[in-house]
Structure formats: structure tokens, C-alpha cells
Design a protein around this ligand. Structure first.
Ligand SMILES: [Mn+2]
Length: 360
């Protein structure tokens, strides 16, 4: 089941919770002592940063798959989300020693050095999302310091990255939503499942979907959904979206059942990819038509559960095209929410995005 630590950070008493969350997620991901310590330090730094620069915010910690589709191990993902004043100069903020609050300026630079993946998106007046992933493989730190992303992985997925965030309803331990990504040959399959309702029974349904997708990444989306329909019998059922990118052909195929959202960015325009009514595991639609579109460097795909209001507005910030996909997901959740329209369900957002040229 998707365990998420949702830590509200509005005073220094929560710094310990941030650290403990990272340690628990590291245990779930099977990290060794050194990487567990790194995750705990990054969580503490990002939480401290929320207090110092963001007027408080939210720290989301979970164990996730690697963004390049590598099969090996889970990573600890730490997302710090705030509605604070933002940063006018992100590169300067990432330099060790820089701080607008006058102390602990080494924080973000330290996070970037310790983490396998680090990204920061900040808009003055809107807020900041800082995202770090810490994995168990101490790969190519020298490469990263030289200015690239993580490089040299033999089975890295060229040209595309996946990532997401999962926010349980009312800070619950488990989310009824889940997403995963599997690679089979040239096919990269992204699946997002929203177990009916929320709570543990919803989490059981979405977890069954994640498990059924593993080892089925060679199936086309519609066929995969039929397999999921069998796998989810006996559970409460789920709404499920499947997007499959053929990396060689540059084509994206989509098929969804139930109330799940899918938005595709094509250059400056966004379009909805439509799902069929139904409930995977309970009520299967008679036909499962697939939508097929071209994929390219100006494309971005957002899959989301109905915790996100259906009328959410995609950000037009061009920097998000080159941002870490989990940053895109976190910004989407943050900017779709409002105190006038409280969330009534788990919210998961998973994003497929092009890899910027300097990282591929
Ligand atoms: Mn839901």
C-alpha cells in the first residue's frame, strides 16, 4: 500500500517528524545507513528551509520508483511545498552560503550534493517546490557535480522521465491512490489507480493494480486494463489510467476506465485524454478504445486522480517542461488547491515529461 508521510511544517517542533519520516521511508526503500542519514539530513534541511523562507509548508515523503524507469530499487522522495514569497534567483539560492534569511544558507546546496536527484521550482509571489530523491546506489556523484543529471546508467530511459506525488486524504498514513511505471523493451508504461473511496480498502485495490502492472508492461494499454480488471476482482475496484510510450516509435497510447484525469500538453495547448465510464475490477466497459498521439520534446502528460479538481488549470510556466516530473506534479497539486474548495479525497498526480537535452 502507498505509505506517505505528509508532514505539515509550521514550527520547529515538526523538524523531528520530517527526519523520522525520511528514516522510515529509507527503511521501506531498503537504503543503507549512509543513504538513510543523507535522506534524514535532506528532509531536515528542506523542512528548515520551509520555516525560514516559505512561511511554513508541507513536506511529502515517500518511497518511489526511480524517474528514469530503472528497475533497481526504490528511492526516498522528499517534496517540500510552500505558498511562500518564492525566490527571485534560484541559481543563487542553490549556491552554498547564500541565504536571504541570513543563516543556514548551505542548506539547499547540501541537499543538491547529497541527493541523487534535486530540483527546485520557485515563482515569486506564488511559492516554491523543492524536490529531492535519495536512492541506494551511490552512482556517478562526480558526474552530477560536473553539472549533469544522473548519467551512465545502462538501462536509463532515453528522452523521458516519470515522477509523481501522492497526498493522502487528511494526512492519513496510506493513500488509496497509487501510480507506477514499468519498462519492457521499448515500452514505458505509466499507470495511475484510484481505489474507490479512500482508506485501507481503497489502498488495497490500487496496490493490486500496481502489482498486476509489474511483469505486464509488454501489453498494450487496453489489454493491460483487462488484466487489471481480473486482478482487481474481490477488491473494491479502482479507476485506472494507463499511458504507454513507445520510445522507438515516439507514439503515446492511452486508455482509461473510470474517473481519472489525463491531460496532454502539445506545445502551447493542452488536451484531455478521455476515459471510459466503469470501475476496474467491478464494471468493465464493453469496449476499451485507445487514444494514440505523437510524443516529442514539447509534450508533457499529467495523469491524476479525482482528488485534483477536474477543472484545474495547467501551469503555463515553460520552466516546468524541463523540471523534474515530480516537481510538475507537486506544483499541479499545490496550485489546484484552494481553501475555498477543500480536498475530499486522496490526490495522486503522475507525470511523464521529456528529458531536457543537457540530461539525456
Ligand atoms: Mn478518488
Amino acid at each position: 500500500m502507498t505509505r506517505v508521510w505528509d508532514v505539515p511544517v509550521h514550527d520547529s517542533t515538526r523538524l523531528r517528524d520530517a527526519r523520522v519520516a525520511a528514516q522510515c521511508a529509507a527503511e521501506l526503500a531498503g537504503l543503507d545507513r549512509a543513504r538513510t542519514d543523507a535522506a534524514a539530513l535532506v528532509a531536515t534541511e528542506l523542512a528548515t528551509n520551509l520555516l525560514k523562507h516559505g512561511h511554513g509548508g508541507q513536506l511529502l515523503v515517500e518511497a518511489v520508483s526511480a524517474p528514469d524507469g530503472r528497475a533497481a530499487g526504490l528511492m526516498v522522495q522528499i517534496a517540500a511545498v510552500d505558498h511562500g514569497p518564492g525566490m527571485a534567483d534560484v541559481p543563487a539560492a542553490l549556491d552554498d552560503g547564500f541565504s536571504t534569511a541570513g543563516s543556514l544558507g548551505a542548506g539547499l546546496g547540501t541537499c543538491r550534493r547529497l541527493a541523487d536527484d534535486f530540483d527546485l521550482h520557485s515563482v515569486p509571489g506564488r511559492g516554491t517546490v523543492a524536490l529531492a530523491r535519495i536512492g541506494g546506489v551511490p552512482a556517478s556523484r562526480g558526474d552530477r557535480d560536473a553539472g549533469g543529471g544522473r548519467t551512465g546508467s545502462a538501462d536509463a530511459t532515453p528522452g523521458v522521465r516519470v515522477g509523481g506525488v501522492n497526498v493522502p486524504f487528511q494526512g492519513a498514513e496510506y493513500s488509496g491512490d497509487a501510480w507506477t511505471c514499468v519498462r519492457a523493451g521499448d515500452l514505458l508504461t505509466l499507470m495511475l489507480a484510484d481505489g474507490l473511496g479512500h482508506g485501507p480498502d481503497a489502498a488495497l485495490a490500487s496496490t493490486a493494480a500496481v502489482e498486476a502492472v509489474r511483469g505486464s508492461g509488454h501489453l498494450p494499454p487496453a489489454e493491460l486494463l483487462r488484466r487489471l480488471d481480473d486482478a482487481l476482482r474481490g477488491t473494491r475496484g479502482a479507476a485506472v489510467a494507463v499511458a504507454q510510450l513507445d520510445l522507438r516509435a515516439g507514439r503515446l497510447r492511452f486508455c482509461g476506465v473510470g474517473n481519472v484525469g489525463a491531460r496532454l500538453r502539445e506545445g502551447d495547448a493542452w488536451r484531455h485524454l478521455l476515459s471510459r465510464p466503469g470501475i476496474v475490477g467491478t464494471y468493465r466497459p464493453r469496449t476499451l478504445p485507445e487514444t494514440e498521439v505523437a510524443w516529442g520534446p514539447d509534450r508533457l502528460l499529467v495523469l491524476h486522480s479525482d482528488g485534483l479538481p477536474s477543472r484545474w488549470e495547467p501551469s503555463v510556466d515553460p520552466r516546468l517542461l524541463s523540471a523534474d516530473p515530480a516537481v510538475v506534479a507537486a506544483v499541479t497539486v499545490r496550485d489546484a488547491g484552494s481553501s475555498a474548495r477543500p480536498v475530499r479525497d486522496d490526490t495522486a498526480v503522475a507525470v511523464l515529461s521529456p528529458t531536457p537535452p543537457d540530461r539525456s
